[in-house]
Write a protein that binds this ligand. Sequence first.
Ligand code: IPM
Ligand code: MG
Length: 361
Amino acid sequence: MKKHICLLEGDGIGPEIIAQGVAAVSEAAARCGHELTFEKAIIGGAAVNAAGEPLPARTVEKCRQADAVFLGAVGGPEWDAVSPDKRPEKGLLGIRKALGLYANLRPALLMPELAGACLLKPETAAAGIDLVVVRELTGDIYFGEPRGISTRGGMRAGVNTMVYTEEEIRRIARTAFELARLRRRRVCSVDKSNVLETSRLWREVVIEEHRNYGDVELSHLYVDNAAMQLVRAPSQFDVILTGNLFGDILSDEAAAVTGSLGMLPSASVGVSGPGLFEPVHGSAPDIAGQDKANPLAAILSGAMLLRLGLGMPEAADLVEKAARAALAKGYRTADIMETGKSLLGCAAMGQKIVENIRGAC
Ligand code: IPM
Ligand code: MG
């Protein structure tokens, strides 16, 4: 197969981790007889600096023309003072919306090799963590109107609107149930229906849609309880279905309990058109340009890109196996370092994974 990928490196550690992601996916695809071409486009703070806006129209166009989009990270303190509509994060939210990427899949897996880096008690970690957060990505308080800061009764007031339509809930619920069928057939829907009307509708629609998935077990948790259960007993979860805001928060939490935010990949997909694949972590400006970042989340996002974005499951397997092998051989970046292991920088870790992919065939 011949496929074209649009690269959005973004800010901070974005360019360095994407370089390693590209090296791994290129090697794996080539090993499996596929040809990949890449083209860069600007987004986030880098685009604000170069073009005065976080998501230039040309970037959206290049993404639409690609078979998949591979993104690093956006944002950093450099752009803290820019006006809200020019913040780098607007670029990321904008491209998700422009490509209709309503379903964000964030797997959190505790690899046995990294059990020692897990923040939980050994007996909790021993029960394992293998869950996927299915986060709705184009609705909720992230996009609801009205929004803004205005004056009310002589003082400033900030307003955002949490809103979900029935159809938005229904399609993401379907995504979660379908995914559960490929896994352990359990969906836990997370909401705040004891307080919020949006969540009451969420729960109603999820229950309605569940009627089409009698073979999948459905449970419900309030988001505060879910946050607690994720640290108390994460092994109970298979698929966590939730909205945009709760999913943002819970996916960072799920990532952190597995050991490092630097390990977790994500895929964002829509009804049709290219998907977007990006690590869950941010731009880490404090370590940018120092070759210290963990490229594994980007490399594993590359594996998701190959599997879900391009339909190249063998190449995806190669990348995932190579990443596991590097960890099994004791290679670590600083964020997951333990005594007795070998500390590597971002590029050297990427290189080890490429070497493992070569060795695997
Ligand atoms: C994420 C990030 C983004 C989000 C930010 C950077 C806009 O935290 O992908 O989880 O809130 O969705
Ligand atoms: Mg987040």
